[in-house]
Design a protein around this ligand. Structure first.
Ligand SMILES: CC(C)(COP(=O)(O)OP(=O)(O)OC[C@H]1O[C@@H](n2cnc3c(N)ncnc32)[C@H](O)[C@@H]1OP(=O)(O)O)[C@@H](O)C(=O)NCCC(=O)NCCS
Length: 143
């Protein structure tokens, strides 16, 4: 059985290893730097959680909020531990914390090609908005 707990900066290496294992993008020179993650963990806008089995990190999610909406970022579960409800539990834990803050909208951005992830969020009750287009301005491609 897994347990869900807050991510700490000491989990950083295991978190990066999990992202790599799950095939998620990783921005070592941008927002995924250890110092940036540490700053976010210490700040008021993050709900960074991990799922653990026998002290081994098998899943993680970087929940955030901007005061109006909550965001699910970088949901990842180790391939060996998939289809056991770990992602669902991580998302529910973020949603529960957001709800406790009075935040009633939770959203996530999923790349068009990521059919597995799209299916997962549909199973979790998330509604797809095909008429929304994502625009962003970035300092550079590394951030
Ligand atoms: C997406 C991911 C986190 C799902 O993790 P998981 O722990 O296997 O998911 P869960 O077991 O909690 O499944 C949640 C629901 O999605 C369904 N589901 C899970 N994986 C699925 C898949 N590949 N195809 C279809 N449905 C799937 C489950 O059946 C469950 O639905 P149900 O509650 O109606 O039965 C995992 O596959 C992963 O790490 N993928 C690579 C990284 C990634 O793409 N992350 C998303 C970035 S937005």
């Amino acid at each position: 059985m897994f347990l869900i707990r807050e991510l700490t900066v000491n989990d950083y290496d295991a978190l990066v290893a999990l992202w790599k294992e799950a095939g998620l993008p990783y921005r070592p020179n941008g927002r995924d730097q250890r110092e940036r993650i540490a700053r976010e963990v210490a700040g008021p806008c993050s709900i960074f959680l991990v799922a653990e089995i026998e002290r081994h990190i098998v899943g993680a999610v970087l929940g955030t909020h901007d005061g109006r909406k909550g965001w699910i970022n970088r949901l990842a579960v180790s391939p060996r531990y998939r289809r056991q409800g770990i992602a669902a539990a991580l998302v529910a834990a973020v949603e529960g914390r957001l709800s406790g803050m009075g935040i009633e909208i939770v959203a996530c951005l999923i790349e068009d090609w990521n059919n597995d992830s799209r299916t997962v969020f549909e199973h979790l009750g998330y509604r797809y908005y095909p008429d929304v287009r994502y625009y962003t301005r970035r300092k550079d491609d590394e951030v």
